[in-house]
Each structure stands twice: as structure tokens, then as C-alpha cells.
Design a protein around this ligand. Structure first.
Ligand code: MCN
Length: 785
């Protein structure tokens, strides 16, 4: 019998492979006779294509072909879809503008895919791409989000560059509340544009088999089945049976690798055209230009309060950037993954939001770690802090007064979601204890004696992940359900393959899913092998994003395990010559109730494949599949508190302490979860003080197009995070687990900005609060003193 593994900080199984250079990434896969594709990207932000001259490129050494949007359209390859329909205030669907793999008519952002060169070697393809001449009629680029609606129209289908004008809640109701409120706090916020940076850039290799008339695509994808579905169902019409998508080891995705992109679509098409495998590996500059970007909102939030600081209503007005085209889920991020979180941890009775999504001549914007929830948490936790300050209330007290309390669950928010469980005071209490909140004034004084401005800030966040009940998201406009599949396939020797439709690309699924299955069957974790990322092996799946893999994918595996146990019970009954109803199963042992007769799961597995003496009706095999559709989102929540010190002479900021107290329900592997929190925090801290995707407002060139200009946090920018947990187990999945993958980057921005504002004793500072901004504010303060 095994020690139980769930709850233990087991080292990651996959690290043996990943940390010793034995991982197998797309760029490690070599196919015989492969060719190389290099894209010709638009150097202009906005311009009608007058002509494309391929001649010089075609004559270049090694070049096998030069192709444009016209070529791919001639083959009837359609537009890459946006799979989530958002219905606007008038009941009209969003403007579904076309997005072809190679743009046939007009360049719409710097980096847009206008042509592709295929050659024998990468260098030859690159040289060839430089010889393709494109003549444009340049148009005024629309870069500034604030006045995008007045800019040159980017798509024929979208007048005023408006994708949708969407609202949630009643404007009349909120106006009435604001008329009688005791106090209103209003705040203008920028949610800065982020450029996701995974360690491994995107890559693809496509191979066409003319014998079978079928395609294999290796792709850095977070959800290979959805990629296959989109390629088959929307773009190409090729049957799904003829496309195999394999996502092998993937070096980080963070949301940006969920999508069907022009590059892999084009490679698929080229592989038949050239009749040789076609490889594309993005370089870092291409990643900056043409991976989906994130966030990029302009928001005004108004909070109405009574004289005691009780929240009466909240009003949010947001302009959200979609970029030049609609990425697959772009429409849902500033609506259903954002506005549905506006209740936060609080009992705000009335909430109204209006979101205008607009097109600009910038890279498409879609989900990136947190996806909508960081933007929601930021505005809530900032406006609550400012309101406390304006009303002379303690920031802790104002939060406690408005918290949804344990007795209120299940709690129906005014913004669609029903929270199942939580205890926000418990996380807050623990975080206050861990940081020694009461000792802060003394620490501030001591810092002052060293010439430093010390500040403290907190955020009580909630998020909705473990996406999501299919019926619910269907009502919200999703084009697909968000169930997950799990399969447990016992081998004759008692080891098990576990197949999941989720895809781990750094999250440690091989370990945590292994822990669950090992515990269920009382077998060593070494005997459990996870298979994911291959559409020809895993029956079907919806991939990894929205911190859904454990809560949804893990639950599907548990359900499959339950079926295996039931099947095994029948085999054990036969082996033990007992009735099925008398067979108990615990920790890998089937036994006859009230006797010492038992057989192990290993023995049952063997007999499942050696059914020589089976009675009629008993089916051989021990291999079960389950599809699990979650009953609700999961709602991780918690309190993060940090302390910062700012040197007013230089603007240098040091994060001196950070406590993160999160409620993820049941934690399968605390070490992996801690790693997830650290990573998320690094990304959230990056957004708060460093990262910013900036386009030149005149030319539309991406100014922050490399690590020289786009500042990512490094290890020495970060403090030693201190992590604590509270636990209210999720009520509706068999694991009691809530998602943990995004919490850090949701909690971090408001926590850090609240601390900075506190240190500088100012009302607000926009993200990223760079050293330069801090220095200017501190300098003015010193001058004023
Ligand atoms: N876990 C656990 N107990 C819990 C919750 C989670 O032990 N109560 C474990 C899980 O079993 C899993 C890991 O923690 O091994 C993360 O689980 P989960 O919260 O289900 O999130 P996903 O596995 O679905 O990962 C997605 C999430 C998202 S949305 C982004 S974006 C993100 C992230 O995870 N991208 C990542 N973390 C990342 N980490 C790495 N290294 N690389 C990325 O691209």
C-alpha cells in the first residue's frame, strides 16, 4: 500500500527530462526532406497592398516558392475564426472581421503576414523574404486607443472601428443609486498592454502524406484538439480524421499559445503545395510583433458608497483594444472574463458595465495569464483603496465591512456568477498576521531614518477559473463546451496510462495527475504515465488555459478512475468467487466484505487482459474514459500584502516583503502550487512596474519590440515570496480543488500599486510605475516640502 501522495510536495517527474535537456520541443523534431518557411511581414502599420513582386525572391538560391494571400484564398482556405460571439447592446453580434492566414488586401499592423517564402534552408528562406517587394498605399494608422473610434476605418465590416459596444447591468438602476449615494469615488485607470514572452517562441512543422491524403502538424499549442477543430471546421474543410495535431513539450504558453495562428495554418497549406514538410520557427522579434498581446484597457470606474463605507453600486466604463484582427477568444476577454468578476469579494448590490471593443493597427489582443480577471481585480482593489482613503476609513476595515461572508454562500453576484464557497476574512487575517501589519508604522519610521519611503499595500482578489460549465458559457456566447476528457488505461502488468485533453507546458501535470491516480489505485507514481498533446492518442480535449486543468481535467480523470474501479470490481468478484455487491475497493485492494480474501489492482489488471476463464457477459479490458463538464467555475480567492521601499533620490523601488495567502481548496502538490504563485506574481509585478507594449503613435511601429525596450522582471527584482494557504474546498468537483495557475498575476498589480501609492502618499499612479515615474513624483514632493 502506498503513502498517500495528494497534498505532498513531490518533486516534478517531468523535470528529469526538462531540466537535463532531454525535452522534445517542436524545433527538436526533424522530418526527412523538410523545408523552411519565413514570413514576409508588413513594415507598415496600415496600408492597401498595391502590388507584391515575387520575382527576385523566386530567383534566389534555394527558394522553392513565394506565396501570398491570393494563392491561399484560391484554394478556398477560409478565415481564422473568433469562436466567441459577443452580442452588443442592440442585440447584434460583434463585428466578425475576416482574418486570413496571409492577408490578401491590406496590411493592418506592423508584423501582419503578407507573404511567405519557402526554401531549402532557413537562411535561404530568410534571404528570399528580404527580396519580396511590396508596394503600399499607406493609410493613417489607428494606434491611440482613446480616439480609435474616430480613426481611419480598418475593416469594411466595422464602421468606426467598433467591434462591439456591450453592457452588463441596468444603466437606469445604477444612475438612480449614484444620485442618492453619500460618496462617489471615481478613478481613471490604464491597464497597460503586455507582450507575453514564453521561453520557447512559437513554432510549427507541417507534413502532408499524399498516400493517406492526411496532414500532421507539430505545433507549440496549448490546445491541440481545438487547433485541429478550427483548422478543419473553420479554415480548411479538411476532415478532422485527416489532420493530426501534436503539441509535444512546449516551453511555456501563458495563454498566448492557445490560438490558431496564421503561421501554422500557412505551414499546413504549404505542406501539400510543396509536398514536403514545412517548418517555421518564430524568432524573438517575430514573437514581439505577431504573438497575441494582452490587456490594453482604458477604464473609468465609479464606486458609490453610503456614509459607513458600504458599497451601493459600481459603474465601469472600458475601452478595450482588440488589435488589428480578432484572435480566437478575443471578444470574450474584456466581457465575460472581466465584467463578470466586478463583484470581487464584496456584496456590491448593483453593478453596471459598458465595454467598447475597438480595432486598432496593432497586434491582435487576446487572453494572457489571468485574461480579464487581472484587469477586474486591479480596478476593484484600486478603487476600494482610494475610496477608503477619501472617506477616512481603514483599507482593511472597508474591505471587511463589504466582504461576502461564509454564511452568504452560495452567493449570487449581480454579474452572472454564483460563488460556491469562500472565507475572505480568513485569508485576510492570515496575511495580516504573516506580514505583521501592526508593526508597519515602526518599519516605515525606520525606513524614513534611512531616507527611504516605505509603503504597504494589499489586495483581496477573487477570480473565476476552472472554465467552465458548458451550458453557462454557451449562454454567454461560447462556440464550444468546456468539458474535459480523461482516460485511464491499465496495462496487463498493473501500470497505467492516463490520457488527458489538457496540455501541460510547465505546470507539472505529469506529477500532479500522477499523484491523483497513484492515490486512487494505490500504485506507485512511477507506474503512471501521462499522455497529452496528441489528437491521435487522446480522444478529445479542450486544452489548458483558465486554470482549468486540475479542476476540470483532473476531475475527468477521477471520473474515469471511478469507472475503472467499477469495472475492476466485476473482475475481482469473478476472481474471488464473490458477488459484485460484496466487493470493497480501497487503496488498490479489492476485498470481499468481512473476509480476508482480496486481490490487488495489479492482479485484476492482469486478469482483465487474460480472460481465459471469464463467465459470459464479463468484458475483458481495463480502460475507461470519462467526459466531465464542471458544475460551476472554481473561485480561488485570497489576500496578498506587500511592502515596498522607494529611494526618493533615484526612484529605485525595492519590494521588501510579499505575503500571498490563497485559498485553492484542496492542494494536490503544494510545491508546484507555490511555483505557480511565484511565476504568476513575477508576471503581475512585471505588469505593475515594468512591462509596457508601446507603439509609436504616428508610424505604428512597435517601439518595445525587443528585450532592450520591453522590460521583463528578473530574479533580483523580486523578493522572497512568503506563501500561506487557507482552504475552503470547492463544493462541486470531486477533488475539492480550485485553479491555482493565474492567482499570482491577478493579485499582484493592485497589491503593488496600492503599496507604491501608500509609500508616495499620492492618490494614484498608472502602471507601469517605472523608476522614472517614481523619481519624478518623489522629486516634486521633495521640492514641495
Ligand atoms: N494544482 C494543485 N492544487 C490545486 C490547484 C492546482 O496541485 N488546488 C496544480 C495542478 O495540478 C497543476 C498546477 O498546479 O499541476 C496548475 O494547475 P491549474 O491551476 O489547474 O492550472 P493549469 O494547469 O490549467 O495551467 C494553466 C495556468 C494558466 S491559465 C496559465 S496562463 C499559465 C499557468 O497555468 N501558464 C503557464 N502557469 C504556467 N506555468 C508555466 N510554467 N508555464 C505556463 O505557460
Amino acid at each position: 500500500m502506498n503513502d498517500m501522495l495528494v497534498g505532498k510536495p513531490l518533486k516534478r517527474k517531468e523535470d528529469q527530462r526538462l531540466l537535463t535537456g532531454k525535452g522534445r520541443y517542436v524545433d527538436d523534431i526533424r522530418r526527412p526532406g523538410e523545408t523552411y518557411a519565413v514570413f514576409v511581414r508588413s513594415p507598415v502599420a496600415h496600408g492597401t497592398i498595391k502590388s507584391i513582386n515575387k520575382e527576385a525572391a523566386l530567383a534566389a538560391p534555394g527558394v522553392l516558392g513565394v506565396f501570398t494571400g491570393e494563392d491561399i484564398q484560391r484554394d478556398d482556405w477560409g478565415s481564422i475564426p473568433c469562436g466567441w460571439v459577443v452580442t452588443d447592446r442592440k442585440g447584434e453580434p460583434h463585428k466578425a472581421v475576416p482574418h486570413y492566414a496571409l492577408t490578401p488586401d491590406r496590411a493592418r499592423y506592423v508584423g501582419d503576414h503578407l507573404a511567405v517564402v519557402v526554401a531549402e534552408t532557413y537562411e535561404q528562406a530568410r534571404d528570399g523574404a528580404e527580396l519580396v517587394e511590396i508596394d503600399f498605399d499607406e493609410l493613417e494608422p489607428v494606434i491611440n486607443l482613446a480616439n480609435a473610434l474616430e480613426g481611419e476605418q480598418i475593416h469594411d465590416l466595422a464602421p468606426q472601428n467598433l467591434c462591439y459596444d456591450w453592457e452588463l447591468g441596468s444603466r437606469t438602476e445604477i444612475d438612480a443609486i449614484f444620485e442618492t449615494a453619500h460618496h462617489i469615488t471615481s478613478l481613471d485607470l490604464v491597464n497597460n498592454r503586455l507582450v507575453p514572452n514564453a521561453m520557447e517562441p512559437r513554432a510549427a512543422i507541417a507534413e502532408y502524406d499524399s498516400g493517406l491524403d492526411s496532414y500532421t502538424l507539430w505545433s507549440t499549442s496549448q490546445n491541440p484538439h481545438m487547433l485541429r477543430w478550427m483548422l478543419s471546421g473553420s479554415v480548411t474543410g479538411i476532415p478532422e480524421t485527416k489532420i493530426r495535431v501534436i503539441a509535444p513539450d512546449v516551453g511555456g504558453g501563458f495563454g498566448m499559445k492557445i490560438y490558431c495562428y496564421p503561421e501554422e495554418t500557412t505551414c499546413l497549406w504549404l505542406s501539400k503545395m510543396i509536398d514536403r514538410p514545412v517548418r517555421w520557427t518564430g524568432d524573438r522579434s517575430e514573437s514581439f510583433l505577431a504573438d497575441t498581446h494582452a490587456r490594453d484597457h482604458l477604464t473609468t470606474v465609479d464606486l458609490a458608497l453610503d456614509k459607513d463605507g458600504t458599497f451601493l453600486g459600481m459603474k465601469i466604463d472600458t475601452t478595450a483594444n482588440m488589435g488589428a484582427y480578432l484572435s480566437n477568444y478575443a471578444t470574450s476577454i474584456p466581457t465575460y472574463f472581466y465584467a463578470t468578476l466586478f463583484a470581487g469579494c464584496y456584496k456590491t448590490p448593483v453593478i453596471y458595465s459598458n465595454v467598447r471593443a475597438v480595432f486598432t493597427n496593432t497586434s491582435p489582443v487576446d487572453a494572457y495569464r489571468g485574461a480579464g480577471r487581472p484587469e477586474a481585480a486591479y480596478l476593484i482593489e484600486r478603487v476600494v483603496d482610494v475610496a477608503a482613503h477619501e472617506m477616512g476609513l481603514d483599507p482593511i476595515e472597508i474591505r471587511r465591512r463589504n466582504f461576502i461572508k461564509p454564511a452568504d454562500f452560495p452567493y449570487q453576484t449581480p454579474v452572472h456568477l454564483t460563488y460556491d464557497i469562500g472565507d475572505y476574512d480568513a485569508s485576510l487575517d492570515e496575511a495580516l498576521r504573516m506580514i505583521d501589519y501592526d508593526g508597519f508604522p515602526a518599519r516605515r519610521e525606520e525606513a524614513k531614518s534611512r531616507g527611504k519611503l516605505r509603503g504597504i499595500g494589499l489586495a483581496c482578489y477573487i477570480e473565476a477559473c476552472g472554465v467552465a460549465p458548458s451550458q453557462l458559457i454557451g449562454k454567454m456566447g461560447a462556440g464550444a463546451g468546456l468539458w474535459e476528457s480523461g482516460q485511464i488505461r491499465f496495462n496487463a502488468t498493473g501500470t497505467a496510462f492516463v490520457l488527458t485533453g489538457t496540455h501541460g507546458h510547465g505546470q507539472g501535470h505529469e506529477t500532479t495527475f500522477g499523484q491523483i491516480v497513484a492515490d486512487m489505485f494505490g500504485i506507485p507514481i512511477e507506474d503512471v504515465e501521462l499522455i497529452h498533446g496528441d489528437t491521435s492518442q487522446v480522444p478529445m480535449g479542450m486544452g489548458t488555459y483558465g486554470s482549468r486543468s486540475l479542476a476540470v481535467g483532473g476531475s475527468a480523470i477521477v471520473r474515469a478512475g471511478e469507472k475503472v474501479i467499477e469495472k475492476g470490481r466485476k473482475i475481482a468478484a469473478h476472481m474471488l468467487e464473490a458477488s459484485v455487491v460484496d466487493i470493497e475497493f480501497e487503496q488498490g485492494l479489492y476485498s470481499v466484505t468481512g473476509t480476508n480474501k482480496s486481490v490487488t489492482i495489479k492482479e485484476v489488471a492482469e486478469r482483465a487482459y487474460v480472460p481465459l476463464d471469464y463467465p459470459e457477459g464479463l468484458e475483458p479490458g481495463l480502460d475507461e474514459t470519462a467526459f466531465y463538464d464542471p458544475g460551476n467555475f472554481t473561485y480561488p480567492a485570497g489576500t496578498h500584502i506587500c511592502e515596498v521601499e522607494i529611494d526618493p533620490r533615484t526612484g529605485v523601488l525595492e519590494i521588501v516583503d510579499w505575503v500571498a495567502v490563497d485559498d485553492f481548496g484542496t492542494v494536490i502538490n503544494p510545491m508546484i502550487v507555490e511555483g505557480q504563485i511565484h511565476g504568476g506574481l513575477a508576471q503581475g509585478i512585471g505588469q505593475a512596474i515594468m512591462e509596457n507594449g508601446v507603439y509609436d503613435p504616428e508610424s505604428g511601429q512597435l517601439i518595445t519590440g525587443s528585450f532592450m525596450d520591453y522590460c521583463m522582471p528578473r530574479a533580483d527584482d523580486l523578493p522572497k515570496f512568503r506563501v500561506g494557504y487557507t482552504c475552503t474546498p470547492c463544493t462541486h468537483n470531486p477533488l475539492g480543488a480550485k485553479g491555482a495557475g493565474e492567482a499570482g498575476c491577478i493579485a499582484a498589480p493592485p497589491t503593488l500599486i496600492n503599496a507604491i501609492v501608500n509609500a508616495l502618499e499620492i492618490r494614484h499612479i498608472d502602471m507601469p510605475a517605472t523608476g522614472e515615474k517614481l523619481w519624478r513624483i518623489a522629486k516634486d514632493k521633495i521640492a514641495a516640502e
